[in-house]
Design a protein around this ligand. Structure first.
Ligand SMILES: NC(=O)c1ccc[n+]([C@@H]2O[C@H](COP(=O)([O-])OP(=O)(O)OC[C@H]3O[C@@H](n4cnc5c(N)ncnc54)[C@H](OP(=O)(O)O)[C@@H]3O)[C@@H](O)[C@H]2O)c1
Length: 435
């Protein structure tokens, strides 16, 4: 990509895992919302990742077809750029980071969507009983998914001794963490929508109850997916706290060395990137692989849950893309206004989910988090809509002690993540030096 005047009015956004499900819809929705909210003088480049050339081709064809259908007169303002990365392979993450850093002038937002469930099956008797007797709860916070314990990634380098790296942890959290760290210099140069944004894609299922600080990679739990999403929540929600910054967030956001020599980055880095947390609600995708009749049964149960009043069943991935796209694209003033009530009441970041009414009208909505409540506010939620939204059974309003524990957990997680990143950066450096 060459540097030209036109680039000054160009937003650059990266979406991982874009060939299917939510990732594809995030790209579509980014394009649609950008065209309807940004002035004609501005354009958007969406860099999307897949894991093969074939998937990249199919995806770009699909995205262009979508754009031609929804905005035939404006296609020139949206550019789709395919990229490839396997987040379970840190060498591949490093290679993508380098390509981005050496070809883009900046990044306005990265949406860290790619992910795996890693489930091995479903406990059918429990699932059938649960869905028949307690539908909304069981199709929102299921208790019947089965996962193997301790699954590791393939070896990352030819080094004989390598620390263990959990497969789900790496694909869902650590690969993205390394990527976000590596492209920080690009995020620091964002200027159209305010500071660059790291938009994490979590799940409504992420809960500290599945997370153990002594097993950050989820290698000893039978719920490694839920553990990875809880870690995502903890990292994003505590990313702007003064208590985590000196420990690790500051070093996570320092990665200038490679860029200093590169001619494309003539402007100085500006504000630090900000982390935001989203989840898509529950959407019908192939993240849980099911044979067709069972997939239909799943969609039917999601529909019924929505009709019965679940606020978290958008079903369609386009509706599910609402919250991540809001966090990536909204003006900084709009984002700050959305989180202002929580800040005013002594809280901080909220977990923004794609909520959906019975009639299929979607909106980003704060989601209650175990140990963090709504936006880290102690006691009764301060936003009326949060007070009346259907809650997880057994949820309790946040106490001062729980909030302190969550902040302490955040400090511990950031510290461990930074130690792990430095350890792996060194391993990758040594492997490169040897090759
Ligand atoms: N669907 C839901 O209801 C739901 C609910 C909560 C959260 N989420 C989250 O939403 C995100 C997207 O899920 P989805 O439902 O859209 O699932 P999906 O249809 O299975 O899509 C997952 C995407 O991630 C990519 N991916 C998986 N492992 C990867 C790796 N190691 N490296 C690079 N890319 C990888 C996949 O690429 P390949 O095709 O090459 O595998 C695919 O593009 C995930 O983070 C998921 O946890 C989904």
């Amino acid at each position: 990509m060459d540097q030209s005047k036109g680039q000054q009015n160009m937003l650059y956004m990266l979406v991982t895992g874009a060939n299917s499900g939510l990732g594809f819809s995030i790209c579509c929705r980014l394009a649609d919302e950008f065209l309807s909210t940004h002035p004609e003088s501005e354009s958007l480049t969406i860099i999307f990742t897949t894991r093969s050339a074939r998937k990249a081709q199919d995806t770009i064809r699909g995205l262009k077809a979508h754009l031609h259908e929804t905005s035939p007169a404006n296609t020139a303002r949206i550019h789709f750029v395919p990229e490839s990365v396997d987040l379970g392979d840190l060498v591949s993450v490093r290679a993508l980071s380098r390509r981005l850093v050496h070809s883009l002038p900046r990044l306005d937002a990265i949406i860290l969507n790619a992910g795996i469930g890693g489930w091995s099956g479903i406990h059918w008797p429990r699932a059938i009983w649960g869905v028949c007797t307690d539908l909304i709860h069981q199709v929102t916070w299921p208790s019947y998914k089965l996962a193997p314990v301790g699954v590791l990634t393939a070896k990352q380098t030819k080094t004989e001794e390598e620390p263990a790296l959990g497969s789900i942890f790496c694909a869902n959290v650590f690969g993205h963490y390394m990527l976000a760290h590596n492209v920080t210099p690009l995020l620091k140069r964002a200027h159209i929508n305010g500071p660059g944004r790291v938009v994490w894609v979590s799940s409504i299922e992420g809960s500290c109850k599945f997370f153990n600080i002594d097993d950050i990679q989820g290698l000893r739990t039978s719920a490694p997916y839920e553990s990875s999403k809880a870690l995502t929540d903890i990292l994003a929600l505590t990313s702007n706290l003064p208590s985590t910054a000196p420990w690790s967030v500051e070093s996570f956001l320092e990665s200038e060395s490679e860029l200093n020599t590169h001619a494309i980055h003539t402007d100085a880095p500006d504000a630090s990137p900000r982390s935001y947390l989203s989840h898509p609600g529950i959407c019908a995708t192939s993240i849980i692989p099911l044979i067709l009749p069972l997939a239909w049964a799943m969609v039917a149960s999601f529909w019924i849950a929505r009709i019965l009043g679940s606020p978290w069943h958008p079903l369609s991935t386009y509706l599910g893309a609402c919250a991540p796209v809001f966090l990536a694209l909204a003006s900084q003033a709009k984002l700050d206004a959305a989180e202002e009530p929580y800040h005013q009441a002594g809280g901080g970041r909220a977990k923004w989910g794609s909520s959906c009414s019975r009639l299929g009208v979607e909106s980003p909505a704060s989601t209650e988090v175990d140990g963090w409540g709504h936006g880290g506010v102690v006691g009764t939620p301060v936003v009326e809509a949060d007070r009346v939204r259907r809650r997880k059974r057994g949820a309790e309003y946040l106490t001062k002690e729980q909030k302190e524990e969550f902040e302490e957990l955040g400090r511990g997680c950031w510290k461990q993540m930074e130690e792990l990143r430095m350890q792996w950066d060194e391993i990758l450096d040594q492997a490169e030096a040897r090759s």
